[in-house]
Design a protein around this ligand. Structure first.
Ligand code: PDD
Length: 306
């Protein structure tokens, strides 16, 4: 019995969780009639694991459920069921530092937009190794470009929904790439700074940390939330609101944030140089890393007492 379990584990060491089970990567296939493929109908989350602990797993799963409910999609598992499936995938792949992606599509059904055509959502969990990004990203900072593509209007496709329909972000990414930038920053329909294609944006002016408010029409990033908390703990004043592209040009520091990149300094906005990774950016990144460490410690000691 033990031998068989070992074999199964080995077979899926490069495994993907598909619906209710782990399958080898080569067998992780879904139908061409899946409405995720046909219409981008579905939601997703990206998570990061450090030393075997998935950081802020509950917050990510909660956001996944929120995104799903905003498109009327019923997730075929409970919160705990998703959590177990994530850890199962990571364990099978023998990963401790990982990039995890959960995707849930409307599922397979005949052509047509009506969600009721699809009786069963498709659930996919992938985990890939991630130790971090090159050091020079953080030492020198990266270029960003404010692009022409505007962020989806809140009343059309709310950026709060972490949707599989990513064309808005992809169009912006293409522009950024053509301009030699690592990330694009989109404005909202009224021309206020919104967010990146996969990140939130912050800038520091006169010692105050600024970031677009949620009601500008952005994703309420989990990293963003933690950074604002760190700022409060460090007694750095913060301002959330409506800002213009020009505010980035006159900022002393600019950085972007997300689950995998954490706090990434920006060296240039549209080829205008910003100062080297600034003091506040560095302080916030260190504080963020401390939050990660505390979280891991808390998780490990909780696991020991259970
Ligand atoms: N992107 N804004 C957008 C449009 C995003 O796609 C993301 C995350 C964020 C930051 O959210 P968080 O801090 O919760 O990661 C903001 C992930 C990393 C992705 O698409 O893979």
């Amino acid at each position: 019995m033990k031998k068989k379990a070992h074999k199964t584990h080995r077979q899926v060491s490069n495994g993907v969780y598909l619906n209710n089970r782990l399958v080898p990567k080569s067998k992780a296939l879904i139908s061409v009639f899946d409405h995720g493929f046909l219409y981008g109908d579905g939601v997703y989350e990206t998570l990061r694991a450090y030393r075997g602990v998935v950081f802020k797993i509950d917050e990510h799963i909660e956001r996944l459920f929120r995104s799903a409910s905003m498109i009327g999609l019923k997730i075929p598992k409970t919160h705990d069921g998703i959590k177990k499936a994530i850890y199962k995938t990571m364990t099978a792949n023998k990963q401790k530092d990982a990039y995890i992606r959960i995707s849930i599509s409307r599922g397979e059904g005949p052509l047509g937009l009506d969600p009721s055509l699809c009786p069963k959502p498709t659930l996919v969990i992938m985990s890939n190794p991630l130790k971090g990004y090159p050091k020079h990203y953080y030492q020198k900072g990266m270029k960003i470009a404010v692009v022409r593509t505007r962020r989806n209007f809140r009343n059309s496709l709310n950026p709060k929904i972490k949707s599989l329909n990513f064309l808005n972000n992809i169009l912006a990414k293409i522009e950024a790439k053509n301009r030699g930038a690592f990330e694009a920053v989109m404005l909202n329909h009224k021309g206020y700074l919104a967010e990146g294609t996969i990140s939130n944006i912050f800038f520091v002016k006169n010692g105050i940390l600024h970031t677009p408010g949620i009601d500008v029409g952005i994703l309420d990033g989990i990293t963003r939330r933690i950074i604002l908390k760190c700022a409060k703990e460090l007694k750095i004043r913060t301002r959330q609101g409506k800002f213009r592209r020009e505010n980035l040009f006159s900022a002393q520091e600019v950085f972007i944030s997300n689950t995998t990149l954490e706090v990434l300094p920006v060296s240039h906005v549209d080829n205008r140089a910003i100062s080297k990774p600034g003091r506040i950016t560095k302080q916030l990144h260190s504080a963020y890393k401390e939050h990660v460490k505390d979280y891991i410690k808390g998780y490990v000691s909780h696991a020991r007492t259970c």
